[in-house]
Design a protein around this ligand. Structure first.
Ligand code: SF4
Length: 242
């Protein structure tokens, strides 16, 4: 068992990553290298602050009554499955406190976790960053298939999921690709929501600060009409798109 984990940051009141108001834990560590990553400072595993499970719970406890009524806890990153043993312990304790739990993941490492591990997760926010394997690889540096396998596994297990898709002009906005995504998501059980998240450039300065080459400097933020168009394509498949 891993008694400690590395956490990039904690937010006590977020309203976008799961239902209601969320207490957010952003974990360190990610093996993807998405061109649009907002948090390249989470990539390295042993940075941020080291916490014990008990220290994390101590952070959550003052908000417990509020969170039970208003939302829950979301574990995000980075990629939370990089530190799956520590995160699994935290999730177990949060469930024991009666809190709603959400896991925000791209699914690449899902074979590290057991079905029992997932018993302590009420909702999975699954990022599918592209539906074409070769474009996924360009965009992230890794293979797509583990993410699709995870989606199918969650479906088999009857887990609730929200599928998330970052809309990047010229990269993920081809309507044919979006249709292919729609066709895939239609095969899954348990999808409560499909979210189209417009690409924005708020993370660009972090790349510069870290001396990393940012490939999307000339790419504009996703305009509202492109978002509407993409949402419209997914709605052709009768999906619960937001
Ligand atoms: S999966 Fe998330 S944290 Fe990892 S590189 Fe992509 S956007 Fe960044």
């Amino acid at each position: 068992m891993h008694d400690t984990g590395y956490i990039h940051s904690i937010e006590t009141a977020a309203a976008v990553d799961g239902p209601g108001m969320r207490f957010m834990l952003f974990m360190q560590g990610c093996m993807l290298r998405c061109w649009y990553c907002h948090n390249p400072d989470t990539w390295a595993l042993r940075q941020g602050k080291e916490y014990t499970v008990q220290e994390v719970l101590n952070e959550v406890k003052p908000y417990k009554t509020f969170l039970k009524r208003a939302g829950g806890v979301t574990i995000s990153g980075g990629e939370p499955l990089v530190q799956s043993e520590f995160v699994g312990e935290v999730l177990k304790e949060l469930k024991a406190m009666g809190l709603h739990t959400a896991l925000d993941t791209q699914g690449y490492l899902h074979t590290k976790i057991s079905d029992e591990w997932l018993d302590n997760v009420d909702l999975v926010l699954l990022d599918i960053k592209h539906i074409r394997p070769e474009k996924y690889h360009d965009l992230t540096g890794v293979n797509l298939q583990p993410t699709l396998d995870f989606a199918e596994r969650l479906s088999r297990l009857g887990k609730k999921m929200w599928i998330r898709y970052v809309l990047v002009p010229g990269v993920t906005d081809d309507p044919e690709d979006v249709r292919e995504l729609g066709r895939f998501v239609c095969t899954l059980q348990g999808v409560e929501r499909v979210e189209v998240l417009p690409f924005h450039k708020l993370g660009e300065h972090k790349w510069q600060a870290l001396g990393l080459p940012y490939l999307l400097t000339d790419t504009p933020a996703a305009p509202a009409d492109l978002v509407d168009q993409t949402v419209g394509v997914l709605r052709e498949y009768d999906l619960p798109v937001r």
